[in-house]
Structure formats: C-alpha cells, structure tokens
Design a protein around this ligand. Structure first.
Ligand SMILES: Nc1ncnc2c1ncn2[C@@H]1O[C@H](COP(=O)(O)OP(=O)(O)O)[C@@H](O)[C@H]1O
Ligand SMILES: [Mg+2]
Length: 381
C-alpha cells in the first residue's frame, strides 16, 4: 500500500519551532498532517500546537539526527541548522526538503553569490574577503555594503560602509562586499516547486523597510510595477528555483534598479516574511504551498483574491517583558484587518512579535489603512 501523507502514517519533522513553523502547522492541520517540531526554546511559538515538540539544539548533530530518525519527511523553518545531520538523514532515506545541498548553497552568502554568477542570474557585483584587512588593502570603492557570509539574518550581519571612518566597524569575519545598489524598489517573489518539477509563483510583493531596524516594515501586494517587470520577476524566480533544483518554497528577494533591471539580492528556502499576506489575500497561502510541495502534492493556485498589506509587529524600543498589544482592538475594528500573534510571551526592542494583514479591494485604500494601523499598534510591556 502506498504510504499516505495524512494522519498517523506520515511523520513530518520541522526543524525550528518559531512563527514560520507555527503558521505552517496551522495549514498542516487542515490537511491532517502531523508536524513534529524541534526548537531550543522550550517556549517557542510551536510548543503548544505541534503534534510533538522536542526541545533541543538545531546545530548539534546528534540532537538533529535523533530527531529526524523516525520521520518520513523533514523540512526547516530556518536555514541555519546542522546540515551534516540532514545529509545523513537524507542518505538514510528520509525525504528532506529543501534538500541539504540547497541549504549549503544558501547558508553561505559567498557560495550563494557564486551560484548566481555560475547560472547567469543577475545579481549585484561582489567580492569575497576573509578578513577586514584584506578588504581595506583592496581599496574597495566607497560606499559599499558588507555582509557576513554566514550567520546574519533580519538585517543583522549587513552594513553600509559610507566613508573611511566607518572602517572601524567592519565585520571581523569572512564577508562579501557589494556595491551599493541605488534601487527604486525591493520586491519579493515566492516560488514553489514539487518533486515532479511543477512550479508556481506568487505575484510579486513590494517591501518597504524600517529605516533603523532594517526589517520589512510594510509589504504591499500587488506591487506597483509594470506588467513587464511583474513577468520578468516571475520568470527570474522560476529560473532560480529550477537552477538550484529545489523542492519546497523559495523566497526570491529582488532589487528593481533605477534603470529598470532586476537583480537577485538573496533567497530563502522556506516560507518568508514577504509571503504572510497570502494567508488572507491569495487562494493558497505560502504555508499551504510549502506543505503541498514538500509532501509531493499538486501545488495550489496562487491568484490574488484581495489586495494586501502586511505590517510586522515589532517590540517597541524601551520595553522588555510580558507583551501588551496596545491599540490592537481599534486596529482590528478597521475593515480587512487581521492579527497574527506569534505566542511569544515576552517582548524586547525590534523582536518580531506578530504581524497584521490588511486586505481590501483597492490597494490605495489598503495602503492608507496599513499606515493608520502601523501608527496605532504599539507592542509594549
Ligand atoms: N548591495 C546592496 N545595495 C543596497 N542595499 C542593499 C544591498 N544589499 C542589501 N541591501 C539592503 O539591506 C537589506 C538586508 O540585506 P540582505 O542581503 O537581504 O540581508 P538579510 O539576510 O539581513 O535580509 C536589503 O533588504 C536591502 O534593503
Ligand atoms: Mg534579506
């Protein structure tokens, strides 16, 4: 008998038990798929809703290997994990998506950039340096962007070097250096692929960044771009997932330059912040799509049902402790406003505590409501 993907006969392991995992489980419940989560934090967002929840390190070979041994399928909600353990599991017949080989390319921004170059995927020019002294000796043209090759996330591990006096803050670790791209917009296209090679993209979204935290502050979909750019962004995302030969969902972050070129900035092999609006605004959410992809199921339609905006709820500066969502009731009284709280008990400055989706029939109305909601909600303690 063919093994089923639902009910007791399929054990899906998720490496990481944060908010992405939590929203993934919400979709998995509708498919009666049992998700078992591993996370080092005993209070991680998945702890109460996973089919089973194991507390343990994502970096420790033995812990991750032991977690994976009795699973049929493994996926990740974070890319910074012990890849060696996933490789061993894959060799022993566990289906691991995204494949460990893909995680190896993505985890190191240097290898990731080399991958783009090899496959003629447009990206900002770059150079690799193992130490800041090398970088200084190379007399790289200022301004430039320095990025840690590994370990950075959510803007940490990326910095702009504007002038020579900034050299004192250079990251003292292997890094990549890119020219500063004068982009007009940052876009993101989420694309999914299953084992049969079926591919579906979501319509492009436009990201607006918080100037200090370097986190997405607003996200709008549809993006305010021409049909030609939409199609080109879509094709580029498909090219990336095909060339990297990955199964699962892949977020492709793009720069639209001032002269209308698309450059791939970076990719993430998992559900992504820029796809949260798909829960309310698209026929299939990114979480359901990821589930379908990793289980070898047909992919869902991605069409937009409603225009959408997404706001991250970040812990306000100056507060640390049990979270209070000031203004939430007034916000959700507005049309099309939906909360997503991640179940994190304590807030701290810039911690991602949740998000709010605003949906509507007209993107301009949605943008107005989103800016009002953003001024209204404050995550305090
Ligand atoms: N070459 C670049 N030119 C201009 N801005 C950049 C460049 N690289 C990154 N950025 C800005 O920094 C943000 C974070 O960089 P990114 O490479 O996406 O790292 P992270 O892993 O933190 O998301 C980008 O979303 C973009 O706003
Ligand atoms: Mg990024």
């Amino acid at each position: 008998m063919k093994q089923q993907w639902y009910g007791d006969t399929c054990r899906l392991g998720m490496v990481g038990g944060g908010q992405l995992g939590r929203m993934f489980i919400q979709s998995a419940i509708s498919f009666d798929v049992h998700v078992h989560a591993l996370d080092p934090d005993p209070n991680a967002p998945c702890k109460d809703i996973a089919h089973s929840f194991t507390v343990g390190s994502l970096h420790d070979f033995d812990t991750l290997y032991a977690f994976g041994c009795d699973k049929d399928v493994i996926t990740v909600e974070i890319e910074n994990v012990c890849i060696e353990a996933l490789e061993k599991l894959e060799n022993e017949g566990v289906r691991v998506f995204p494949q460990p080989r893909v995680l190896r390319i993505i985890r190191d921004k240097g290898i990731q950039k080399e991958f783009y170059k090899e496959h003629n995927i447009p990206t900002a020019d770059f150079a690799l340096y193992s130490h800041p002294s090398e970088l200084i000796a190379a007399q790289v043209k200022i301004p430039f962007v320095q990025k840690l090759r590994t370990g950075g996330y959510d803007g940490r591990g990326v910095q702009l070097i504007r002038k020579e006096t900034d050299f004192t803050k250079l990251f003292d670790a292997p890094s990549i250096v890119e020219q500063l791209i004068p982009f007009q917009k940052e876009l993101s296209v989420i694309v999914a692929r299953n084992e049969k090679g079926e591919i579906r993209t979501f319509p492009a979204v436009e990201c607006e960044f918080h100037p200090e935290a370097n986190l997405v502050e607003f996200l709008f979909c549809p993006a305010d771009i021409s049909i030609d750019i939409e199609l080109a962004a879509n094709e580029l995302a498909q090219k990336v997932i095909q060339n990297i030969d990955m199964v699962g969902i892949l977020a492709v972050e793009l720069f639209l330059t001032s002269d209308g070129q698309l450059l791939v900035n970076e990719i993430a092999p998992r559900p992504h912040n820029s796809g949260h609006h798909t829960i309310e605004c698209n026929i299939t959410s990114q979480f359901e799509q990821h589930l379908r992809a990793v289980l070898g199921l047909p992919l869902g339609e991605t069409d937009i049902i409603r225009a959408g905006a997404m706001i991250n709820l970040l812990g306000a500066e100056g507060f640390e402790g049990p979270a209070i969502y000031e203004g939430m009731e007034r916000a959700i009284a507005m049309p099309g406003v939906h909360p997503h709280l991640y179940g994190k008990s304590t807030t701290k400055p810039f911690r991602k505590m949740g998000h709010v989706t605003i949906s509507g029939t007209d993107i301009l109305d949605v943008k107005n409501t989103a800016r009002r909601v953003n001024n209204l909600i404050v995550v305090k303690s």
